[in-house]
Design a protein around this ligand. Structure first.
Ligand code: G6P
Length: 611
């Protein structure tokens, strides 16, 4: 939520910041702004996308070798020019960009107003920078000291960068709860919410930790804690290719990411499984595997699509490893005094590794003595750093706001975790273990076969582009697939859609079915096949339109459906990895036919760093 970029060095800052903001636009896109030292400390900001800001600034003299920029996802104050960042301090001596929420801003604001401060926006961030300047003036201290004192008094989450009119070779940044990365070049520094704006300039980065302040002054980076002790900056090498964050010929990131799945699933398994010698190792879990072996209960916490991956994992862990699994929305879990025992194992799933509710749920479970495993995509993000152990997805950057390749990589990694546990516990036979490894290894090729049907799925999408509602049905491990299919459609096409366990249909949703209602049914050949055939009959009897996802070669359901999409046969537990692909494509094409912006759907953000 909200993307921040800053630069100080010897190049022109404006083009670097604008390009960086475009890369971070997935984090929010309701307004954008930039502050530069071109003659004076000037702030330029505009409601709308980064491209609107760029257009607004066309032809202006923007030369500066230092600057800060922001793309916003509104929390305090509606999207507007005045609420866009950066924000000036009272005397316009400082400007700030901020990602996060200052919870005690109202009382700070009141106090500052009482002492004559005038605010020009409804944001908490403007209060923050007024507060810093106020401290600087009253305590007659340096900006760095004022930032430190201010941070010890604010409650909430932040990644901030501050620029000062008094020094055009200085940026001061800090973080708590919201991400911040510093790219270290030769006599230049790049600051951003993630590494994507940085990668084309340098692959050396420092991840700022919570409660650290970064001072970049006269080409030198110093990191201090909020208690004022020095921390040596730990420079890491980025393992990220520029092409991974570009569209590479696809119309949208979402489509590119859907089509990347044969590779991303393979990458999630790379070096971890080899069916030829029955090998399965998740290196990051090794040290804590005994805790998982001895636990009676696994609690999975996640949000959004990651929660759906957790639901799939529940079926797989219980079936293979015979362990009790509960799947929780992180936001519900953290606020209801959950029962956590010391032996409990928590698996936190998150693509971004930054979701505020998931992070808070982890801290809560940790404080009660649980062991936390992370399943995340973004390397170096907050969740992997807050967990005891974990396995990265290695899916590569996911930029489309609607998650696709992260879901299949999550299910792949969680399946490997379940298999590894089951093998060690002896809850599956060696032959079944081997069979599942072989089937897993074949998934990428099978995904390719489904992607080859994209034209057919596009055709079906056109037929249903004007539908007002959609119902998605699935049973067992495919029930979460129905939920995920419905979520994808809602997110990017704004069509109301619901996912249901097929057998539950008769307890309510069946009342909605008429000739206008498309019903997408995951109806593959598994042990609930006969039952799902009956559910399809029930839809047909009420004149609903059936789009069935069936196993290749199936003919019975073909006859009773309006449209079928075939997917290759695989082990029952692995069907979600295949069945979700046509549902992703269906939602993508429907959204395109409806003229929606699939990569930046309204009101959503990819990384939800606020509660
Ligand atoms: C947002 C995104 C979703 C994502 C969810 C959880 O809502 O738009 O695509 O599934 O957050 O994010 P996480 O990064 O924790 O998986």
């Amino acid at each position: 939520m909200c993307g921040i970029v800053a630069y100080v060095g010897h190049r022109e800052a404006y083009p670097i910041i604008i390009k960086g903001l475009k890369r971070l636009e997935y984090r929010g896109y309701d307004s954008a702004g930039i502050a530069l030292m071109n003659g004076d400390l000037n702030v330029y900001k505009k409601k709308g996308k980064v491209a609107d800001l760029e257009q607004y600034l066309e032809g202006q003299k923007l030369n500066s070798t230092i600057g800060i920029g922001h793309t916003r996802w509104a929390t305090h104050g509606e999207p507007s020019d005045r609420n866009a960042h950066p924000h000036y301090s009272e005397n316009k001596n400082l400007a700030i960009i901020h990602n996060g929420i200052i919870e005690n801003y109202a009382s700070l604001k009141q106090d500052l107003e009482n002492r004559g401060h005038v605010f020009h926006s409804d944001t908490d961030s403007e209060v923050f920078i007024h507060f810093i300047e106020d401290i600087q003036q009253n305590a007659k201290c340096s900006l760095e000291e004022a930032v430190r004192l201010a941070l010890s008094k604010v409650v909430g989450a932040y990644a901030i960068v501050i620029i000062s009119r008094d020094n055009n070779n200085q940026l001061i940044a800090a973080r708590k709860g919201s991400p911040l990365v510093i790219g270290v070049g030769k006599d230049e520094f790049f600051l951003a919410s993630d590494a994507t704006p940085i990668i084309e300039y340098t692959n050396e980065v420092v991840y700022v930790n919570d409660l650290e302040i970064a001072i970049i002054r006269d080409n030198k980076l110093t990191i201090k804690t909020i208690e004022n002790t020095d921390n040596t900056p730990y420079i890491q090498k980025l393992d990220l290719e520029l092409e991974a964050i570009e569209k590479g010929g696809y119309d949208h990131f979402m489509l590119k990411e859907i089509f990347e799945q044969p590779k991303s699933i393979k990458d999630a398994m790379r070096g971890r499984i080899n069916s030829e010698n029955n090998h399965l190792v998740l290196g990051g879990l090794r040290d804590y595997m005994n805790r998982m072996l001895s636990t009676n209960r696994i609690v999975i916490i996640a949000c959004g699509t990651s929660w759906h991956a957790g639901l799939v994992a529940e079926y797989i862990f219980e079936e293979l490893a015979r362990v009790n699994v509960e799947v929780e929305y992180a936001s519900e879990f953290r606020y209801r005094n959950p029962v956590i025992n010391e032996g409990d194992v928590i698996i936190a799933i998150s693509q971004s590794g930054e979701t505020a509710d998931t992070l808070a749920a982890i801290e809560l479970a940790k404080s009660k003595g649980a062991i936390i495993f992370g399943v995340c995509n973004v390397v170096g993000s907050s969740i992997p750093r807050a967990t005891h152990a974990g396995a990265y997805l290695h899916a590569g950057p996911e930029i489309g706001v609607a998650s696709t390749k992260a879901f299949t990589a999550q299910v792949t990694v969680l399946t490997m975790m379940a298999l590894s546990l089951a093998q060690k516990k002896g809850t599956i036979t060696e032959s079944k273990f081997h069979e599942l490894l072989v089937d897993l290894e074949q998934i990428p090729t099978k995904v390719e076969q489904i992607l080859a049907q994209s034209e057919k799925i596009k055709y079906i999408s056109q037929e249903f582009k004007d539908a007002k509602n959609f119902l998605y049905l699935g049973r067992g491990v495919n029930f979460p697939v129905a939920l995920e299919g419905a979520l994808k459609l809602k997110e990017i096409s704004y069509i109301h859609a619901e996912g249901y366990p097929a057998a539950e249909m008769k307890h309510g949703p069946i009342a909605l079915i008429d000739e206008e209602m498309p019903v997408v049914v995951v109806a593959t050949k598994d042990n609930s096949y006969e039952k799902i055939v009956s559910n399809i009959q029930e839809v047909r009897a009420r004149k609903g339109k059936v789009i069935a996802i069936v196993t290749e070669g199936e003919t019975h359901i073909q006859k009773m459906s309006d449209f079928v999409i075939e997917i290759p046969a695989t082990h029952d537990l692995l069907v979600p990895l295949l069945a979700v692909i046509p549902l992703q494509l269906l939602s993508y094409y429907i959204a395109i036919y409806r003229g929606c912006n699939v990569d930046q759907p309204r009101n959503l953000a990819k990384s939800v760093t606020v509660e």
